[in-house]
Design a protein around this ligand. Structure first.
Ligand code: SAH
Length: 244
Protein backbone atom coordinates (compact mmCIF):
# COMPACT_ATOMS: atom_id res chain seq x y z
CA UNK A 1 0.00 0.00 0.00
CA UNK A 2 1.25 3.45 -0.92
CA UNK A 3 -0.05 6.39 1.06
CA UNK A 4 0.23 9.63 -0.93
CA UNK A 5 0.37 11.82 2.12
CA UNK A 6 0.26 15.53 2.87
CA UNK A 7 2.85 16.66 5.42
CA UNK A 8 1.26 20.05 6.11
CA UNK A 9 2.91 23.44 5.60
CA UNK A 10 5.75 23.32 8.13
CA UNK A 11 4.44 23.46 11.70
CA UNK A 12 4.62 19.77 12.67
CA UNK A 13 1.43 20.12 14.73
CA UNK A 14 -0.45 20.66 11.45
CA UNK A 15 0.26 17.07 10.39
CA UNK A 16 -3.05 15.17 10.36
CA UNK A 17 -3.73 12.31 12.80
CA UNK A 18 -4.09 9.96 9.82
CA UNK A 19 -0.75 11.02 8.33
CA UNK A 20 0.97 10.51 11.68
CA UNK A 21 -0.55 7.03 11.94
CA UNK A 22 0.83 5.90 8.56
CA UNK A 23 4.22 7.56 9.17
CA UNK A 24 4.50 5.42 12.33
CA UNK A 25 3.61 2.25 10.36
CA UNK A 26 5.78 2.96 7.32
CA UNK A 27 8.49 0.58 6.11
CA UNK A 28 9.78 3.30 3.80
CA UNK A 29 9.14 7.05 3.62
CA UNK A 30 9.82 8.87 0.33
CA UNK A 31 9.92 12.58 1.11
CA UNK A 32 10.29 16.05 -0.40
CA UNK A 33 12.23 19.14 0.53
CA UNK A 34 9.08 20.86 1.77
CA UNK A 35 8.08 18.13 4.20
CA UNK A 36 9.28 19.00 7.72
CA UNK A 37 12.12 16.49 8.36
CA UNK A 38 11.11 16.31 12.05
CA UNK A 39 8.19 14.14 10.90
CA UNK A 40 10.73 11.41 10.11
CA UNK A 41 11.57 11.17 13.83
CA UNK A 42 8.13 9.58 14.24
CA UNK A 43 9.00 6.60 12.02
CA UNK A 44 9.60 3.16 13.52
CA UNK A 45 13.08 1.70 13.93
CA UNK A 46 14.41 0.32 10.65
CA UNK A 47 12.22 2.50 8.46
CA UNK A 48 14.04 3.41 5.24
CA UNK A 49 14.13 7.07 4.16
CA UNK A 50 14.38 8.15 0.52
CA UNK A 51 14.87 11.84 -0.33
CA UNK A 52 13.55 12.90 -3.73
CA UNK A 53 13.27 16.65 -3.21
CA UNK A 54 14.56 19.58 -5.18
CA UNK A 55 17.44 21.77 -4.15
CA UNK A 56 18.02 25.30 -5.46
CA UNK A 57 15.24 24.95 -7.99
CA UNK A 58 16.99 21.96 -9.54
CA UNK A 59 15.26 18.59 -9.58
CA UNK A 60 17.17 15.98 -7.63
CA UNK A 61 15.07 13.48 -9.57
CA UNK A 62 12.72 14.10 -12.48
CA UNK A 63 9.07 13.21 -11.84
CA UNK A 64 9.09 10.03 -13.95
CA UNK A 65 11.99 8.73 -11.88
CA UNK A 66 10.21 9.65 -8.65
CA UNK A 67 7.20 7.66 -9.90
CA UNK A 68 9.47 4.70 -10.54
CA UNK A 69 11.15 4.97 -7.10
CA UNK A 70 7.72 4.85 -5.44
CA UNK A 71 6.72 1.88 -7.59
CA UNK A 72 9.90 -0.09 -6.92
CA UNK A 73 9.57 0.51 -3.19
CA UNK A 74 5.94 -0.61 -3.31
CA UNK A 75 7.07 -3.94 -4.83
CA UNK A 76 9.51 -4.50 -1.98
CA UNK A 77 7.74 -3.09 1.06
CA UNK A 78 4.33 -3.48 2.63
CA UNK A 79 3.72 0.12 3.70
CA UNK A 80 5.12 2.99 1.65
CA UNK A 81 4.51 6.60 2.64
CA UNK A 82 5.04 9.25 -0.03
CA UNK A 83 5.29 12.41 2.07
CA UNK A 84 4.79 15.76 0.36
CA UNK A 85 4.63 19.34 1.63
CA UNK A 86 1.15 20.74 2.24
CA UNK A 87 -1.52 18.75 0.41
CA UNK A 88 -0.38 16.09 -2.09
CA UNK A 89 -2.86 17.21 -4.76
CA UNK A 90 -2.32 20.97 -4.62
CA UNK A 91 0.57 21.49 -7.04
CA UNK A 92 2.00 18.31 -5.54
CA UNK A 93 1.81 15.97 -8.54
CA UNK A 94 0.14 13.37 -6.34
CA UNK A 95 -2.31 12.62 -9.15
CA UNK A 96 0.52 11.69 -11.52
CA UNK A 97 2.07 9.39 -8.93
CA UNK A 98 -1.31 7.73 -8.32
CA UNK A 99 -1.89 7.21 -12.06
CA UNK A 100 1.54 5.58 -12.41
CA UNK A 101 0.75 3.18 -9.55
CA UNK A 102 -2.74 2.46 -10.84
CA UNK A 103 -1.39 1.41 -14.24
CA UNK A 104 0.88 -1.06 -12.48
CA UNK A 105 -1.75 -2.50 -10.14
CA UNK A 106 -0.40 -0.98 -6.92
CA UNK A 107 -2.97 0.02 -4.28
CA UNK A 108 -2.78 3.55 -2.93
CA UNK A 109 -4.66 6.05 -0.80
CA UNK A 110 -4.55 9.82 -0.74
CA UNK A 111 -4.14 11.37 2.68
CA UNK A 112 -4.97 15.07 2.24
CA UNK A 113 -2.82 17.57 4.07
CA UNK A 114 -3.18 21.11 5.32
CA UNK A 115 -2.26 23.13 2.25
CA UNK A 116 0.06 26.12 2.55
CA UNK A 117 -2.34 28.05 0.29
CA UNK A 118 -4.79 28.59 3.15
CA UNK A 119 -2.81 27.86 6.31
CA UNK A 120 0.16 30.13 5.61
CA UNK A 121 -2.08 33.20 5.14
CA UNK A 122 -3.91 32.15 8.34
CA UNK A 123 -0.64 32.16 10.31
CA UNK A 124 -0.01 35.66 8.96
CA UNK A 125 -3.45 36.78 10.17
CA UNK A 126 -4.99 36.81 6.66
CA UNK A 127 -8.28 34.94 6.11
CA UNK A 128 -8.63 33.94 2.46
CA UNK A 129 -12.36 34.77 2.55
CA UNK A 130 -14.09 37.29 4.80
CA UNK A 131 -17.69 38.46 4.87
CA UNK A 132 -18.04 41.67 2.93
CA UNK A 133 -14.41 41.59 1.74
CA UNK A 134 -13.88 38.48 -0.41
CA UNK A 135 -16.43 35.80 -1.29
CA UNK A 136 -14.04 33.53 -3.19
CA UNK A 137 -10.38 32.72 -3.54
CA UNK A 138 -8.25 31.23 -6.25
CA UNK A 139 -4.98 29.31 -5.94
CA UNK A 140 -2.76 29.82 -8.98
CA UNK A 141 0.68 28.67 -10.05
CA UNK A 142 3.11 31.57 -10.09
CA UNK A 143 5.63 29.43 -11.88
CA UNK A 144 4.45 30.31 -15.37
CA UNK A 145 5.76 33.69 -16.42
CA UNK A 146 2.71 35.85 -17.24
CA UNK A 147 4.10 36.86 -20.62
CA UNK A 148 4.86 33.30 -21.64
CA UNK A 149 3.14 32.39 -24.88
CA UNK A 150 0.43 29.79 -24.46
CA UNK A 151 0.24 30.39 -20.71
CA UNK A 152 -2.46 28.15 -19.24
CA UNK A 153 -3.19 30.73 -16.54
CA UNK A 154 -6.31 32.78 -17.26
CA UNK A 155 -5.14 36.26 -16.23
CA UNK A 156 -8.28 37.97 -17.49
CA UNK A 157 -10.28 36.00 -14.90
CA UNK A 158 -8.41 37.79 -12.09
CA UNK A 159 -10.12 41.14 -12.61
CA UNK A 160 -12.67 40.56 -9.86
CA UNK A 161 -12.16 41.33 -6.19
CA UNK A 162 -11.57 37.74 -5.16
CA UNK A 163 -8.47 36.73 -3.22
CA UNK A 164 -5.66 35.27 -5.33
CA UNK A 165 -2.95 33.08 -3.82
CA UNK A 166 0.09 32.40 -5.98
CA UNK A 167 2.26 29.42 -5.11
CA UNK A 168 5.78 29.04 -6.55
CA UNK A 169 5.69 32.69 -7.62
CA UNK A 170 8.44 34.49 -5.71
CA UNK A 171 10.78 34.57 -8.73
CA UNK A 172 7.99 35.98 -10.90
CA UNK A 173 6.67 38.48 -8.34
CA UNK A 174 7.38 41.61 -10.36
CA UNK A 175 5.80 40.14 -13.50
CA UNK A 176 2.77 38.90 -11.59
CA UNK A 177 2.14 42.31 -9.99
CA UNK A 178 2.65 44.15 -13.30
CA UNK A 179 0.33 41.78 -15.08
CA UNK A 180 -2.47 42.17 -12.54
CA UNK A 181 -2.24 45.94 -12.96
CA UNK A 182 -2.21 45.55 -16.73
CA UNK A 183 -5.46 43.55 -16.74
CA UNK A 184 -7.12 46.26 -14.65
CA UNK A 185 -6.53 45.55 -10.95
CA UNK A 186 -6.05 48.76 -8.95
CA UNK A 187 -2.30 49.33 -8.33
CA UNK A 188 -3.26 50.07 -4.69
CA UNK A 189 -4.66 46.53 -4.24
CA UNK A 190 -3.10 45.10 -1.06
CA UNK A 191 -0.61 42.26 -1.48
CA UNK A 192 1.46 40.18 0.92
CA UNK A 193 4.36 37.78 0.52
CA UNK A 194 4.76 35.21 3.28
CA UNK A 195 7.98 33.23 3.58
CA UNK A 196 8.44 29.98 5.51
CA UNK A 197 4.93 30.28 6.86
CA UNK A 198 3.86 28.41 10.04
CA UNK A 199 7.52 27.95 11.10
CA UNK A 200 9.64 29.98 13.56
CA UNK A 201 11.24 31.65 10.49
CA UNK A 202 7.95 33.00 9.17
CA UNK A 203 8.21 36.48 7.64
CA UNK A 204 5.49 38.53 6.01
CA UNK A 205 6.00 41.57 3.80
CA UNK A 206 2.91 43.67 3.10
CA UNK A 207 2.41 46.27 0.38
CA UNK A 208 0.37 46.95 -2.73
CA UNK A 209 0.62 45.62 -6.27
CA UNK A 210 2.65 48.70 -7.05
CA UNK A 211 5.30 48.39 -4.35
CA UNK A 212 5.30 44.76 -3.17
CA UNK A 213 8.19 43.72 -5.41
CA UNK A 214 10.46 46.54 -4.17
CA UNK A 215 9.58 45.76 -0.54
CA UNK A 216 10.21 42.05 -0.90
CA UNK A 217 13.48 42.69 -2.69
CA UNK A 218 14.60 44.99 0.11
CA UNK A 219 13.62 42.46 2.79
CA UNK A 220 15.40 39.67 0.87
CA UNK A 221 13.14 36.90 2.16
CA UNK A 222 13.82 33.23 1.37
CA UNK A 223 11.69 30.49 -0.23
CA UNK A 224 9.30 28.78 0.15
CA UNK A 225 7.07 31.81 -0.11
CA UNK A 226 3.58 32.51 -1.38
CA UNK A 227 1.82 35.66 -2.56
CA UNK A 228 -1.62 36.80 -1.41
CA UNK A 229 -3.42 39.50 -3.41
CA UNK A 230 -6.66 41.17 -2.33
CA UNK A 231 -8.35 43.30 0.28
CA UNK A 232 -8.22 40.49 2.86
CA UNK A 233 -4.53 41.37 3.33
CA UNK A 234 -5.63 44.49 5.25
CA UNK A 235 -7.23 42.30 7.91
CA UNK A 236 -3.76 41.31 9.07
CA UNK A 237 -3.50 44.63 10.89
CA UNK A 238 -6.19 43.52 13.32
CA UNK A 239 -6.03 39.72 13.10
CA UNK A 240 -2.29 39.13 13.33
CA UNK A 241 -1.57 36.56 16.05
CA UNK A 242 1.50 34.42 15.26
CA UNK A 243 4.87 35.67 16.54
CA UNK A 244 7.12 36.53 13.56
N1 SAH B 1 1.46 20.88 -2.10
C1 SAH B 1 1.91 22.11 -1.48
C2 SAH B 1 2.32 23.14 -2.50
C3 SAH B 1 3.45 22.69 -3.41
S1 SAH B 1 4.02 23.98 -4.47
C4 SAH B 1 0.80 22.65 -0.56
O1 SAH B 1 -0.35 22.18 -0.62
O2 SAH B 1 1.12 23.52 0.25
C5 SAH B 1 5.27 24.71 -3.49
C6 SAH B 1 4.89 26.12 -3.12
O3 SAH B 1 4.04 26.12 -1.98
C7 SAH B 1 6.05 27.01 -2.74
O4 SAH B 1 6.68 27.53 -3.88
C8 SAH B 1 5.34 28.08 -1.95
O5 SAH B 1 4.70 29.00 -2.81
C9 SAH B 1 4.26 27.29 -1.24
N2 SAH B 1 4.64 26.93 0.14
C10 SAH B 1 4.74 25.69 0.64
N3 SAH B 1 5.05 25.72 1.96
C11 SAH B 1 5.13 27.03 2.29
C12 SAH B 1 5.41 27.73 3.48
N4 SAH B 1 5.66 27.09 4.63
N5 SAH B 1 5.40 29.09 3.46
C13 SAH B 1 5.14 29.76 2.32
N6 SAH B 1 4.87 29.16 1.15
C14 SAH B 1 4.86 27.81 1.13
Amino acid sequence: MVYLTGAGPGDIDLLTVKALRVVRQADVIIYDRLANPKILDEAKDGCKFVYVGKEDGRHTLPQDQINEVIYQNALEHETVVRLKGGDPLVFGRGGEEAAYLKERGIAYEFIPGVTSAISVPAYAGIPVTHRGVAVSFKVVTGHEAPNKEQSQVDWESMKSDETIIFLMGLHNLSKIAENLIRIGRDPATPAAVISRGTTPEQQCVVGTLENIYARVKEAGIPTPALIVVGKVVELRETLRWFAE
